[in-house]
Design a protein around this ligand. Structure first.
Ligand SMILES: [Zn+2]
Ligand SMILES: [Zn+2]
Length: 394
């Protein structure tokens, strides 16, 4: 499908459009590195739904707001019109590195810049994320040791506050971006407060954000934190703020929609928890592994499963034990023998189930309960003791 466009298309531009049509990111990158392109390729990429290409074109200076199209359409409209949600997200959340790097140079009478140049890269990465899960953001901070520092965090959140103000006060006010900048500032301030409390590289903060309440495992600290961030948005006349508060305020903590899903939808245009599998820890999409015990919790990685286990283990119930209760042990093993194909995996799961129940029963559980029950516990290292194996989610 081709999009009508204004004026002639140059031969080189036609070539780029062909590459975009073929969806070849690498070849497009090479071409873009050598030539200067404007909005039309972005529109095409948006229309075709190639989020990687949208991102690439934006990084190479494609103008998001350019609407020289004969009907005045922008790339965002093309993406929205053709239902390309990933492209809408990329375009909505684009923030040029140059705009951030402005703060890495002393302005006016300043003797030093507001943002040390070495922090621009890590901070830009956080700004560009479309996953607003606070755990993910703290993990992004942790990725860069230089960010786990009181002075660095303070400078970063102050720049985020300035950018928030700029987004509100600029001529074409961008409430969405302003809210995102404010939210990131809040997360960074939370990191700073946590660092002041204890020198543990933000591990305690991650635990707090993940900890589920006893009744149903709902992470209420995280919910309250996100609600607080939204309420603290400094420009109370903003329409977006009022919409968010109206959506969240009547919802009892623990019910749907969560503050996270409301915020995600407002800032990225994505409906959270609709079509994709989300990591229970960091909220990344496409989590393709699940807890082998309950087969409910999904994770993107073993690291995320480990981070979640301290709280998930209270909710995690092996599917067999859960449905059949305790006396079903022996029949279960017999049944398993009838199904030779899955025997090995099911046995491993069953042993893990025993590990877990033993943990609940044995009050002084030092070390793996399997050892005390003289079972061959599938987990090996001390750290993964009792951690259910991750299995691919087919
Ligand atoms: Zn994850
Ligand atoms: Zn589980």
């Amino acid at each position: 499908m081709s999009v009508p466009q204004k004026g002639d298309v140059s031969a080189s531009e036609r070539k780029l459009l062909q590459i975009i049509a073929a969806g070849d990111v690498q070849e497009a990158a090479e071409l873009l590195a050598s030539e200067d392109y404007g909005m039309t390729p972005l529109m095409h990429a948006a229309y075709k739904g190639t989020a990687d290409l949208c991102c690439l074109l934006l990084q190479h200076g494609a103008d998001v707001n350019c609407n020289q199209h004969e009907f005045g359409y922008t790339a965002l409209m093309f993406a929205a019109l053709s239902g390309q949600h990933d492209c809408v997200t990329v375009i909505n959340n684009f923030f040029s590195r140059a705009r951030l790097e402005y703060y890495t140079r002393p302005q006016g009478l300043e003797t030093e810049p507001k943002l040390p140049p070495r922090l621009a890269g890590p901070l830009h990465k956080i700004i560009m994320t479309t996953n607003l899960n606070p755990v993910k953001m703290v993990l992004l901070v942790k990725e860069h040791p230089m960010m786990i520092d009181a002075v660095a965090l303070e400078k970063c959140y102050q720049v985020m506050d300035l950018l928030c103000e700029q987004c509100v006060k600029q001529q074409d006010m961008n409430e969405v971006l302003a809210m995102k900048m404010h939210y990131i500032s809040c997360v960074l301030q939370k990191c700073l407060a946590s660092l002041h409390k204890r020198d543990d590289k933000l591990d305690d903060l991650i635990k707090m954000l993940l900890k589920g309440r006893d009744s149903d495992g709902f992470p209420q600290y995280q919910e309250k934190f996100i609600r607080d961030c939204i309420r603290k948005f400094p420009y109370c006349e903003a329409t977006l703020l009022q919409q968010l508060v109206r959506s969240i305020a009547p919802v009892e903590i623990g019910n749907e929609p969560t503050a996270f899903s409301v915020l995600t939808q407002a800032l990225t245009g994505q409906m959270a928890f609709v079509d994709a599998d989300y990591c229970a820890t960091c909220g990344e999409r496409g989590a393709d592994k699940k807890c082998s015990l309950c087969k409910l919790a999904k994770y993107c990685s073993l690291t995320c499963q480990k981070l979640h286990w301290f709280t998930h283990k209270k909710m995690c119930r092996p599917v067999h034990v859960h449905s059949a209760e305790l006396q079903a042990d022996a029949p279960q093993l017999k049944e398993l023998k009838e199904d030779e194909s899955d025997l090995e995996m099911e046995t491993a799961n069953f042993l893990q189930a025993l590990c877990l129940r033993a943990e609940e029963k044995i009050a002084a559980a030092g070390g793996c309960p399997a050892e005390q029950l003289d079972l061959d516990c599938p987990s090996t290292s001390a750290e993964t003791n009792m951690l259910p194996r991750l299995r691919h989610d087919n």
